[in-house]
Design a protein around this ligand. Structure first.
Ligand SMILES: Nc1nc2c(c(=O)[nH]1)N[C@H]1C(S)=C(S)[C@@H](COP(=O)(O)OP(=O)(O)OC[C@H]3O[C@@H](n4cnc5c(=O)[nH]c(N)nc54)[C@H](O)[C@@H]3O)O[C@H]1N2
Ligand SMILES: Nc1nc2c(c(=O)[nH]1)N[C@H]1C(S)=C(S)[C@@H](COP(=O)(O)OP(=O)(O)OC[C@H]3O[C@@H](n4cnc5c(=O)[nH]c(N)nc54)[C@H](O)[C@@H]3O)O[C@H]1N2
Ligand code: SF4
Ligand SMILES: [Mo]
Length: 748
């Protein structure tokens, strides 16, 4: 019997609702997922699906997924039972902590952890239980500059303004390719459809990207600057807006909430379009025209992604993007950029000054990198293992990460992990990183896991509440990922790995309710925490916790005090509950010390000197700059193992402009040399990339021995991050430069 079940796709930030087809397993036993299509009734995605979501059945059934924990014995991996493996992790990790302290354990959270309940609601508790400040994640290979910029601007590094795609009149996309990536740091299902809709309603699209991407091809205007120069370009746009008297009156109505406009004007006065034009390689007239277009549009939203964050001036660029939004009157208003309000966010409180945002509350031991939003740079992991002395890293726990491929200089990290006392990976695959583990704890299939987007809802262009229960039962004795993490937390805190995993939730719930009832602005102020606690459903811990969060949240029932969301209501709506478009949220979201948007924060103004030096530097030897490229049927480093996603245009090739290919005498294969090493790679000569720039996708290089990725290893590609020695960082965020990397290219 074929049946169907709804399931939110966990594969990218678009969070599409899928309809899974489920059939009897021909190999005997129970049921398996046999297909996935877009769920036309999903309140957020309305049927949209991409090739990755469509291959969810293959991912679910991938014969290379690990079914049992692997434990290294005498150098070889052997399968172990769950109780044994979890107890072993606690014993060994506990041993390292007892001998060297919690600081000796590094904790790395990878990208898919942002898409699981385990990663968002439990993994952070595990890091705290270990007691380490050596926390690393894919954020410092990705969006940390945006977080730092928001921290400085609005006082909180987890509060983001996203483009109001459904209502804007002019969308400016800088260094992002959402037609392929489906959007990032902006959760919007069917980004391509939204761009088409923008055009249909007469809106404009501007794309700023050194490559003519699929997104750039849809644009009215495409500027192709030299990589790494967006911060200067944006400064020049702001300077031009001041210079031509194009600053929006009262900043579009938020003037009283904003501090520092005059200081900003003074600080960037010299960075005119004419001054930066040759550095950016964009004519000054085009910069001025863009500034006027943004200022003149009824509404406009400037949106930046990877090409603006993983660059030398990532935090400056991210800050300036919102500076442009603010000074053109497009901040916190429909059609501009707005602050989403997730159903599990805290219910709005009256405006109040906060503690502000500070970095460097601690520093990395070896290079002294400042902590940013509680994290140290991912590229600092290897040196923290290698360098002897007090506080040296001895062990690593990874959750959903593949830093050996996804971070620069993975070879060095791999060697450090082999020499480490202990490496524990929570990961479904034996891959380039987990092959260095002592113990691998594999989470079950997506179909066997419940799903709720606790993080991504905070970035959604429209508010919805959606929960997917597990579609298939777990095999007997197999914990889901929530329980894997919860049992480690309980084991390390002395309750034992056999304790009820729900205990973790009960502690979180008790602490949260105790705080809420004493907060005069909480929707449950003054009530009895025990009574509220007793109102939660008799259900697994994560559901109790979600019920609490939803009921305390902006749309919640305040534990029966008003009509509103509960977990039960969300569960009863398999295609989700629509909660409407974004609403203005200033000044409530502000947590700066001044209680205002701080337009000219000291650390950012301070970093302008570094930008000026780059703008004024004599052009060096004409080195090529390398940028990244994503493919529709690829997902960072870990989906090359699905036959449905291999082949075709999804290839690890170097894109090179014909002028550069001619000049360098390159026909079909090139040698690329960077500070970290060199690679030989097939070349595609194409005018889709501007002269002076080459592009190479990441997540390839599946050739190390000892992995279990039978499809991926057949066409391994090369690892672009081997070119990168990881020493070029944006100092304000600890984020490594992945775009605009200087390389030398020669015929192979
Ligand atoms: N050169 C270059 N490098 C880049 C980038 C670039 O553009 N250029 N992009 C960077 C970006 S944006 C990112 S986000 C990082 C990603 O960096 P990482 O997050 O370190 O790496 P991923 O390739 O996403 O690997 C994800 C891992 O999670 C595992 N996994 C998948 N699903 C689950 C699950 O449900 N639970 C658990 N526990 N594990 C799971 C996979 O098997 C894999 O090992 O890469 C960065 N690296
Ligand atoms: N199909 C697919 N989808 C994905 C992923 C995937 O691997 N495959 N990964 C997911 C993840 S983890 C993330 S973070 C997102 C990323 O989502 P996006 O940021 O939208 O994706 P990228 O392809 O990295 O786009 C970066 C663009 O910046 C351009 N660029 C490079 N340097 C510069 C520069 O200096 N200035 C400017 N203006 N542009 C520059 C590049 O040419 C590229 O087109 O995608 C997510 N979605
Ligand atoms: S765009 Fe594709 S990968 Fe992303 S959530 Fe939708 S179906 Fe999944
Ligand atoms: Mo990412």
């Amino acid at each position: 019997m074929t049946r169907t079940a709804p399931r939110i796709c966990p594969l990218c930030e678009a969070t599409c609702g899928l309809t899974l087809t489920i059939d009897r397993d021909p190999a005997g036993g129970g049921e398996v997922v046999t297909g996935a299509r877009g769920d036309a009734d999903d309140v957020f995605s309305h049927g949209y699906i991409c090739p990755k979501g469509a291959s969810l059945a293959q991912l679910d059934n991938d014969p290379d997924r690990l079914e049992h924990p692997l434990v290294r014995r005498d150098g070889e991996f052997v399968e172990a039972g769950w109780d044994e493996a979890l107890a072993l992790v606690v014993d060994k990790l506990g041993g390292v902590i007892a001998e060297h302290g919690g600081e000796s354990v590094g904790f790395y959270l990878g990208n898919p952890s942002a898409h699981t309940i385990a990663g968002t609601l439990y993994a952070p508790i595990l890091a705290r239980t270990i007691g380490t400040r050596n926390v690393f994640s894919a954020s410092t290979l990705d969006q940390m500059p945006k977080q730092a910029a928001m921290g400085h601007l609005v006082g909180h590094a987890g509060t983001f303004a996203v483009p109001d795609l459904d209502r804007t009149d002019h969308l400016v996309i800088i260094g992002a390719n959402p037609v392929v990536s489906n959007g990032s740091m902006t959760t919007a299902a069917d980004f391509p459809g939204k761009l088409a809709e923008l055009r249909r309603r007469g809106g404009r699209l501007t794309v700023i990207d050194p490559a003519r991407t699929r997104t750039a091809r849809l644009a009215d205007t495409h500027l192709a600057p030299r990589p790494g120069t967006d911060a200067a370009l944006l400064c020049a746009i702001v300077q031009c807006l001041f210079d031509e008297d194009l600053i929006a009156g009262d900043l579009g109505g938020i003037g009283r909430h904003v501090l520092g406009l005059d200081e900003l004007r003074r600080e960037i006065e010299d960075l005119s379009p004419e001054r930066v034009a040759s550095y950016c390689d964009v004519p000054a007239a085009e910069i001025r025209a863009l500034a006027r277009d943004i200022a003149g549009a009824p509404s406009a939203a400037v949106y930046g992604r990877m090409g603006t964050t993983t660059v030398e001036f990532g935090t400056l660029g991210s800050w300036l993007i919102d500076v442009v939004n603010i000074v053109t009157g497009n901040f916190d208003r429909p059609g501009g950029v707005m602050f989403p309000m997730a159903p599990t966010a805290q219910a709005p409180r009256p405006a109040r000054a906060g503690r502000g945002f500070r970095t460097g509350r601690w520093r990395s031991r070896v290079s002294g990198h400042p902590e940013v939003a509680g994290e140290l740079p991912a590229v600092a992991m290897a040196e923290e293992f290698e360098t002897p002395g007090q506080g040296r890293l001895r062990a690593l726990v990874t959750v959903a990460g593949n830093p050996v491929l996804s971070a620069p200089n993975g070879g060095r990290l791999a060697r450090a992990l082999d020499a480490a006392d202990l490496v524990v990976c929570i990961d479904p695959y034996l891959n380039e990183t987990t092959r260095h583990a002592d113990i691998i704890l594999p989470p079950p299939r997506p179909s066997q896991s419940p799903h709720f987007d606790a993080v991504l809802n905070n970035l959604a262009v429209r508010a919805t509440a959606r929960y997917s229960p597990a579609v298939l039962p777990l095999p007997e004795g197999r914990p889901d990922e929530i329980d894997i993490v919860a049992r480690l937390i309980l084991g390390l805190s002395g309750a034992g790995v056999d304790a009820d995993p729900g205990l973790v939730d009960e502690q979180v719930i008790a602490a949260a309710l105790a705080k809420e009832v004493t907060d005069p602005h909480s929707p449950v102020a003054g009530r009895d925490a025990g009574t509220l606690h007793a109102m939660l459903p008799d259900a697994p811990g994560h559901r109790r916790r979600l019920d609490m969060m939803l009921r305390l949240g902006p749309y919640g029932d305040a534990f029966g005090a008003r009509d509103g969301l509960t977990f039960e209501k969300v569960l009863a709506a398999p295609h989700g509950i629509d909660l409407g478009p974004m609403q203005p949220r200033l000044p409530g979201v502000l947590r700066t010390e001044s209680g205002r948007v701080e337009l000219a924060p000291g650390p950012l103004i301070g970093d302008l000197a570094r930008l000026r030096a780059a703008v004024d530097a004599e052009p060096g030897p004409a080195r090529l700059l390398l940028v990244g490229r994503r493919h529709l049927r690829s997902n960072n480093s870990w989906m090359h193992n699905l036959p449905a996603l291999t082949g075709g245009t999804n290839r690890c090739t170097l894109h090179l402009h014909p002028d550069d290919a001619d000049r360098l005498g390159i026909e079909d294969v090139a040698k690329v040399r960077g500070a970290g090493g060199s690679l030989t790679v097939p070349v595609e000569i194409t005018t889709d990339i501007r002269p002076g720039v080459a592009s190479l996708p990441h997540g390839w290089g599946h050739d190390p021995d000892g992995t279990r990725l039978r499809v991926a290893t057949a066409e391994p590609g090369v690892n672009v991050n081997e070119l990168n020695d990881g020493t070029m960082l944006d100092p304000l965020s600890g984020t490594v430069v992945l775009n605009g990397l200087p390389v030398e290219i020669s015929p192979a």
